[in-house]
Ligand binder design. Structure first.
Ligand SMILES: C[S@@+](CC[C@H](N)C(=O)[O-])C[C@H]1O[C@@H](n2cnc3c(N)ncnc32)[C@H](O)[C@@H]1O
Ligand code: SF4
Length: 459
């Protein structure tokens, strides 16, 4: 067969259009679409009681408040102008923590704490102290624990940074997105580079050793030119990590995204060009590409984990966190135990009522079967390494390649198009296929019926 393509060049728009079904982001397998109400508080309590008390766990706290509502936002959050809702929420978060404490088999070690949102820097410094005091009371927080927070530079004060550093903040992630005024105006998020730079400097001088900046592509009025201009500016800060997220436009799920002028959204070919140009620039600047959408300096722990094949993927994206248990607190928080996934009630009001009633506020989840673990292992390796030794994965799970017959048969087209190679043992995603890795993972997703689900575009 004549090879008409260069397997080292990225996929072109034609291939993206051919394969870009709406594939899940695979931050878990089974994905959140499989979560169901059969997994309730009683199931979760049984899973918690079964946890080996000596194995460290991770903790995620969701803070669903912001100072502003960015129109592209896909997070579970709301803008507040008064502090009372935040104060009341923190009080209930402490109630939820003590209910969780009673359900755990003992005082467990914690190596990773993640404050996500929303905007955790909406918490006052007193509330930060309450939260960290509560966590240190319930868990043995390791002295070298990785403590991370997602922060909005527009409302990040020096006092907040100092207080968080005092409580052990080691990693901060700041939202930037795009610095062009026409993009910022089109998404209701104005922010000046000088303010971001000041936040980064203050974080570093407070001892927060790792800074991540979130950038996006595919926003209204975004162009390759203003994407690269944004990169040139933020790279002067030499952040340890950068994330480059493709705007997921899901107005049927996030009503405020309807405020975005769809006519101003870049099309698939432009999105592809923006993401590829940004990736090339980052690599030329010495950053290592991690999985689909993260970049890190080579001596960063994320880059080292990627090189060692020990990278993981969870609800926060790519991570070095290898703990098999993640305890989620707060409205909509997702947790993982060896038994399966759970998600708290998403609506803040429902979450408040359940917590006030002394419940663990579980809304849904999914029990994980051995079949799921087998497929989750394959999908995680593909998402993290762009390659998976399927023979080794079969050995790990006591399975045979014959069990993957259907997926391998459907791989045929991807191989023909130069997106993947298969030598009877290793499935490798080619550089050309990287952007379509979600669609390759979908081949191994036993739950995915064609057209049955709606996800954001894979690119
Ligand atoms: C919790 S926010 C970051 C912290 C803080 N709230 C801020 O905005 O600066 C999480 C990140 O998710 C990304 N994000 C939000 N909505 C998105 C969407 N619809 N599609 C893709 N990425 C999105 C943005 O890059 C954003 O910085
Ligand atoms: S992007 Fe950040 S600040 Fe903006 S609405 Fe979403 S969570 Fe809030």
């Amino acid at each position: 067969m004549t090879v008409l393509y260069n397997p080292h060049a990225p996929a072109d728009a034609h291939l993206i259009a051919k394969y870009d079904g709406r594939a899940p982001r695979y931050t878990s397998y089974p994905t959140a679409v499989q979560f169901n109400p059969d997994v309730n508080e009683a199931v979760y309590r049984a899973w918690l009681a079964d946890l080996p008390v000596t194995t460290p766990v991770s903790v995620y706290l969701h803070i669903p408040f912001c100072a502003r509502l960015c129109w592209y936002c896909g997070c579970n959050t709301r803008a507040v102008s008064r502090h009372e809702p935040v104060r009341d929420y923190v009080a209930l978060l402490m109630t939820e923590l003590s209910t969780l404490e009673q359900a755990l088999p003992g005082k467990m070690a914690v190596g990773d704490i993640h404050l996500g949102g929303g905007t955790p820097n909406m918490l006052s410094v007193e509330e930060l102290a309450t939260i960290f005091g509560g966590l240190r009371h319930v868990f043995n927080v390791a002295p070298d624990a990785e403590i991370a927070a997602e922060l909005d530079p527009a409302v990040l004060s020096r006092d907040w940074i100092r207080a968080a550093a005092y409580h052990g903040l080691s990693r901060a992630s700041l939202g930037v997105q795009n610095l062009a005024p026409e993009v910022q105006n089109a998404v209701n998020r104005q922010e000046k580079f000088e303010d971001i730079a000041e936040c980064v400097q203050t974080l570093r001088s407070a001892g927060v050793s790792s800074v991540n900046l979130d950038l996006m592509y595919g926003l209204p009025h975004q162009t390759t030119r203003n994407t690269l201009a944004t990169l040139d500016t933020v790279l002067t800060l030499r952040p340890e990590r950068l994330a480059l997220f493709g705007y997921a436009h899901v107005p049927w799920m996030k009503a405020h995204q309807q405020l975005i002028d769809e006519a101003a959204l870049p099309g698939p070919a432009e999105r592809l060009e923006q993401s590829q140009a940004a990736a090339e620039r980052l690599k030329a600047e010495g950053y290592v590409q991690i999985g689909l959408d993260h970049f890190a300096l080579p001596d960063d722990t994320l880059a080292k984990a990627a090189a060692a094949g020990t990278l993981h993927r969870n609800f926060q994206g790519y991570t070095t966190d290898a703990a098999g248990t993640l305890l989620g607190l707060g409205a909509s928080a997702i947790g993982t135990t060896p038994g399966g996934y759970v998600q708290n009630i998403t609506q803040e009001l429902g979450w408040r009522h359940a917590v006030a009633d002394g419940k663990l506020p579980i809304a849904r989840g999914v029990a994980v079967t051995d079949e799921d673990r087998f497929r989750a292992d394959i999908i995680e390796r593909l998402m993290c390494d762009f390659a998976v030794d399927l023979a080794a994965a079969c050995d790990r799970h006591g399975r045979s390649l014959a069990d993957l017959h259907d997926a391998l048969a459907r791989l045929h087209d991807f191989r023909e198009d130069g997106l993947a190679t298969w030598d009877g043992r290793m499935l490798q995603v080619t550089p050309r296929g990287r952007m379509l890795v979600r669609s390759i993972c979908a081949l191994f997703d036993a739950y995915l019926a064609p057209d049955a689900q709606r996800h954001a575009k894979a690119i």
